[in-house]
Design a protein around this ligand. Structure first.
Ligand code: ATP
Ligand code: MG
Length: 742
């Protein structure tokens, strides 16, 4: 154990060893806050002999939880974290709710709705209430409801307080939406935070039991907790009062989701006897990177004064990349990665490319693919959001919880069973008249006087569901999913369709099956399917990052929180993009904090990049470079030619002449020669597509890499049959297909 404590500095060590009473660690990025939480848990288990199950550690992502558990096992010994409660607020409380939610009238097999599911329910409710979605968009109503929930404002109070038109409409929807969720035995994401609070009100005994149970509570990224999270944590901690929170007000970037920075600012008021530690040493980044970050955050009016001191050497200046359009920007990023990897022995996993909005990822992705750089993209359409996966999951959910009408409606015509809206409405009426659930109505359809064709379709459907329910009682998750595929024939249908899209969907379903197999191999026990569904429902994009994979990481800055990478590119640094449109000083300050988060992810080298034009709504538009670039001290930023901006502010106005100046990066040129070439036009340097013949390797913007199998016809009529690596075989008109020969 003393070994472990040696791996900490004095203040970190004190924070670890102050094990009783409320403690807050308030410190800037990279100062070891997460490390302190990890070591403190190890210390509690090893030194103070606390049972792991008495410790509750709340992280911001599932990935962070996994890493923390792994690290503690390493510090102590394998298996020492068994029983430890560690995870996100959502995943931990989903688990707790499974055990106790019956106390507030739900069944423990409740479904968890993601934001798309809840959006479709909101939409349905709006339709029922005759609220025109053109005058008030569904997203707006959904946003208002979610925010109310995050602030723990329940429908009656919300109704009383609703001030403007939108809020009054939202109040009506909120009430019905809440009722419908309950009828479906379903919880949305926000419910995972507020149902525990309702549970505590309903059952003070349970609250007391849990207060006794969790002797130690630790929370990472405390600055991004919202009111509901704050209240849950406070209530749980109120008996032992061993609450340990770490955070950085300068990294609060989720206020749009209801996070409330005052939680961190008020900690000392909530707990007047608390100890507060400040960490000032940064172990992550070079002095130069820190200087940039410190300079940026100082521009915000609203912040707690903190200055970070680097433990590392001065390091390289930041490099400013300027491009004439976003394609060229992506190109340059790709070229830098390639050249750095060669010259400095980096691995692909050492690189991260950040952007402000998800939409920016597509161009980066296309270009990196062209460069044949392995990458993974996080924060785009997650695997779990793809239609076929959601459909399969809806089946599984419905097998567990046949009150879940949303899932039922999703799968009743998947695969197509010709049960149309009219039939569904008839079923609804029948259900209501008999006081049955929708599925109850299907089961009793024979008594409903329906047409024979509909009756057959309904019976076929319910027979599949009943068989699957039976299998789920004894079988593993894998058995259930495998039988689902067999009984519904979904994969076969996709294969028969044989389009690249269908094949990709088929592959995705197979991937889900592999996951189920893996899960079944590692989890025994009665609750298999429930646990599997918990994991899936709460998986977030950033969880998909796998350390062992050697990929360049592409992600939004939000998704990058808490992570670190040797080399970071921040792209799209343009006005109205980063900072994104803002209307008030407060919003600009949040954008600046986001920029601070981005800067402080970098360990060794940082690139700031902007583009002079960018497509917006299908049109190229001129861009102005971000104020954030100019807020970085010009003494520590150099142009691609290697000159400090402070030396030559005019540099970027002068035409570059292909001169290569010695880069400062490690004494070697950091600038691949092609960077100073005349901008390449689209398709320049690409061989003509008329050269195409069987065997030619090509690249398609959407389908990716492929090989030509055969070519038919000529001129504008020419068609090529191409086998794509990931998208199957396709025949395309060469003239229109926008193919490149590689
Ligand atoms: P963020 O605010 O970005 O979440 P953080 O404060 O949580 O950052 P950590 O991720 O815990 O910081 O630490 C940053 C890096 O510094 C990690 O690689 C960590 O292992 C390392 N580090 C922290 N403290 C020490 C120390 N005392 N000795 C050596 N390395 C350390
Ligand atoms: Mg951290």
């Amino acid at each position: 154990m003393s070994d472990i404590l040696q791996q900490l500095n004095d203040v970190q060590r004190q924070a670890v060893q102050t094990t009783s009473g409320p403690v807050m660690v308030l410190a800037g990025a990279g100062s070891g806050k997460t490390r302190v939480i990890t070591y403190r848990i190890a210390y509690l288990i090893e030194q103070e002999r606390v049972e792991p199950h008495q410790i509750l550690a709340l992280t911001f992502t599932n990935k962070a939880a996994k890493e923390m558990r792994h690290r503690i096992d390493q510090l102590l010994h394998q298996g020492s974290t068994r029983g430890l409660w560690i995870g996100t607020f959502h995943s931990v409380f989903a688990r707790i709710l499974r055990n106790y939610i019956h106390l507030i009238g739900y069944n423990s097999n409740f479904s968890i709705y993601d934001s798309d599911d809840s959006k479709s329910l909101v939409k349905q409710v709006m339709k029922e209430l005759n609220i025109d979605t053109d005058s008030v968009p569904v997203n707006t109503i959904q946003g208002i409801i979610s925010r109310a929930k995050n602030n723990f404002i329940l429908p009656p109070q919300f109704q009383r307080d609703a001030a403007d038109y939108n809020q009054q409409k939202a109040a009506k929807v909120y009430e019905v939406y809440t009722r419908k969720l309950k009828e479906n035995n379903a919880l949305d994401f926000d419910d995972l935070l507020i149902k525990p609070l309702e549970l505590f009100v309903e059952s003070p005994q349970l609250l007391e039991q849990l207060q006794d149970y969790f002797r130690y509570i630790l929370i990472d990224e405390y600055q991004d907790t919202n009111r509901a999270q704050y209240l849950v944590a406070k209530q749980l901690a109120s008996k032992h009062r061993n609450i340990f929170v770490v955070g950085d007000d300068a990294q609060s970037i989720y206020s749009w989701r209801g996070a409330d920075i005052t939680n961190i600012l008020n900690f000392q008021q909530d707990y007047p006897d608390s100890s507060v530690f400040k960490l000032v040493e940064n172990y992550r980044s070079t002095q130069t990177i820190l200087k940039a970050a410190n300079g940026i955050i100082r521009k915000n009016r609203r912040q707690i004064e903190k200055e970070l001191v680097s433990h590392k050497s001065t390091g390289e200046p930041l490099t400013l990349i300027e491009s004439f359009n976003e394609k060229r920007e992506a190109d340059k990023v790709g070229e830098y990665i390639r050249s750095l990897k060669l010259s400095k022995d980096y691995e692909y996993r050492d690189f991260a490319v950040f952007y402000r909005t998800n939409a920016q990822s597509r161009v980066l992705e296309d270009v990196l693919r062209l460069h044949r750089l392995p990458y993974r993209i996080f924060g785009s359409v997650s695997f779990y959001k793809r239609k076929e996966i959601k459909d399969a999951i809806a089946y599984l959910r419905f097998i567990l919880n046949d009150h879940d009408n949303e899932s039922l409606l999703r799968v009743i015509n998947f695969p197509p069973r010709k049960i149309g809206d009219v039939s569904i409405n008839k079923l609804r009426d029948f259900a209501e008249s008999r006081n049955l659930s929708l599925y109850g109505a299907i089961r009793h359809a024979a008594e409903g006087g329906f047409q024979a064709r509909l009756l057959n379709a309904l019976n076929a459907f319910s027979s599949i569901i009943e068989q699957l329910k039976e299998i789920s009682r004894e079988g593993s998750v894998y058995d259930v999913l495998n039988s689902l595929y067999e009984l519904t024939g979904i994969p076969l249908l996709l294969r028969a369709e044989n389009t690249p899209e269908a094949m990709a969907r088929y592959e995705n379903l197979q991937e889900l099956l592999s996951m189920a197999r893996d899960f079944s191999d590692h989890h025994q026990g009665a609750n298999g399917l429930n646990d599997f569904m918990n994991d899936i429902a709460l998986a977030t994009d950033s969880d998909e990052i796998q350390e062992s994979d050697n990929y360049v990481s592409l992600m939004t800055v939000h998704a990058a929180k808490g992570l670190e990478f040797p080399v970071v590119f921040i792209t799209g640094l343009e006005e109205k993009l980063f900072p994104l449109n803002y209307y008030e000083q407060e919003e600009l300050e949040e954008e600046r904090r986001l920029f601070y988060v981005a800067l402080t992810r970098a360990q060794e080298k940082l690139y700031l990049s902007w583009s002079k034009s960018r497509y917006h709504y299908g049109q190229p538009q001129g861009c102005i470079r971000s104020m954030f670039i100019d807020e970085v001290d010009s003494d520590i930023v150099e142009s691609e030619g290697g000159r400090l901006l402070s030396e030559s502010r005019m540099e970027r106005e002068r035409p570059r002449q292909g001169v290569q100046q010695a880069g400062r990066f490690n004494g070697r040129s950091s600038v691949p020669s092609s960077f100073h070439e005349r901008p390449r036009g689209e398709g320049a340097g690409v061989k003509k597509t008329s050269d195409m013949k069987a065997g030619t390797r090509v690249h398609h913007a959407m389908f990716g890499p492929g090989v030509v199998m055969a070519v038919q016809g000529s001129g504008s009529r020419q068609k090529a049959q191409i086998k794509f690596r990931n998208a199957g075989e396709k025949t395309l008109m060469v003239q229109y297909a926008n193919l490149t020969i590689v």
